[in-house]
Write a protein that binds this ligand. Structure first.
Ligand SMILES: NC(=O)c1ccc[n+]([C@@H]2O[C@H](COP(=O)([O-])OP(=O)(O)OC[C@H]3O[C@@H](n4cnc5c(N)ncnc54)[C@H](OP(=O)(O)O)[C@@H]3O)[C@@H](O)[C@H]2O)c1
Length: 328
């Protein structure tokens, strides 16, 4: 697998692995906890060295799983996690990026991840109650103490990214970006290009939709977040089918899979973009890693660039409440 460089010289595999789905969001796991540990370890055999988790996934149990899985191969991998939610009795009670909270989360995450340093520590959502300079300053102190190596932001606006970077160099911004979610292109990506910050698209497979394995007849199990995402309401899925059908057509013409086309398109946008598809299956880790071998011609890229605009995308990517948390 190729290696890519995010900001501040952080080197990671061109495709990472999102671990969230092993603890929440997409229904029951296809295997036991022990099997999920094996799947995480198998990613390294496929060339993946960049793993994504967060305090709030589970909460806590996803970091514990990632920590246990990667402990024997800790020196071969880069682990990213996130702070910024106020979690009480296992429930998210709003945002909290106050300095003392960031420190508390760092200490707890270090233990759960069984490591001496967190490679990349993202603020999960911008907290309007805490100046971003204070957040950057606190993470900067943790970096000076050797507990954290790099600072990141998630779903931050271009203005916030600029202010944060002026207070402490930002290594990566992680926000939703895919063939059907193009928001970062307007302001965030040009800002990152200017400042030399890397970009980590989350939900790069459109929460599974862009792989062609989900359609309007799919019944999501209880607890699957797609039951609450407007884009996955049956009538919106039916309208969005045209988009994925087009991706499927291109994939079969190229002897690849729709998911590989979706990831290859992201990889082609910039050399400092590193998608983190989430899966709980080794064969899909292998398939997703295969996107690094898929070259898109200029015509194919131009076709995919204009796809969402040509066809249109029905439904928001989050429910109305959560939409207030992004781009702040
Ligand atoms: N910063 C944030 O706020 C934020 C928000 C959301 C996610 N994330 C991070 O981003 C990571 C990825 O995002 P995501 O998991 O939401 O969405 P995603 O990667 O776009 O899609 C995940 C879904 O696609 C399926 N899938 C994966 N590879 C596949 C393949 N080759 N063929 C068919 N289906 C495939 C998975 O199912 P199986 O698991 O059953 O294979 C799962 O249902 C997460 O794990 C998390 O670490 C961050």
């Amino acid at each position: 697998m190729h290696i890519r460089t995010l900001g501040q010289g952080l080197k990671v595999s061109a495709i990472g692995l999102g671990a969230m789905g092993m603890s929440q969001s997409y229904g029951p796991n296809p295997g036991s906890r022990g099997e999920m540990i094996d799947v995480l370890r198998s990613a390294v055999d496929e060339g993946v060295t960049f793993f994504d988790t967060a305090e709030v996934y589970g909460p806590y149990v996803n970091e514990e799983l990632v920590g246990e899985a990667l402990e024997p191969i800790r020196d071969q991998v880069v682990i990213a996690t996130k702070f910024g939610w106020d979690i009480q009795d296992g429930r998210m009670m709003g945002l909290n990026s106050r300095p003392e909270q960031i420190r508390r989360v760092a200490e707890a995450s270090l233990k759960r991840l069984r490591t001496e340093a967190i490679d990349l520590f993202y603020q999960h959502r911008v907290d309007p109650g805490v100046p971003i300079e204070d957040v950057a300053g606190t993470v900067g102190e943790l970096i000076a103490e050797g507990k954290v190596k790099h600072f990141g932001l998630s779903e931050a606006s271009a203005d916030t990214i600029r202010r944060a970077h002026a207070a402490h160099p930002v290594t990566a911004v992680q926000s939703e970006y895919s063939l059907w979610t193009r928001d970062p292109e307007a302001e965030v990506l040009p800002t990152l290009a200017e400042l030399g910050i890397g970009f980590v698209p989350f939900s790069p497979l459109g929460k599974g939709f862009l792989t062609g394995t989900v359609d309007a007849s799919t019944a999501f199990t209880e607890g699957d977040i797609r039951n609450r995402v407007p884009r996955f309401a049956a009538e919106n899925l039916a309208a969005n089918q045209k988009l994925v059908d087009h991706v499927k057509g291109l994939a079969s013409a190229k002897g690849s899979t729709p998911g590989q086309v979706a990831l290859a398109w992201l990889l082609a946008q910039q050399p400092w973009i590193v998608p983190i598809p989430g899966t709980r299956r080794t064969e899909r880790i292998r398939e997703n890693a295969g996107a690094t071998q898929l070259a898109l011609s200029a015509d194919e890229r131009a076709d995919l660039d204009s796809l969402a605009q040509r066809i249109g995308v029905s439904g928001d990517r989050y429910n109305a409440e959560h939409m207030t948390y992004v781009n702040r």
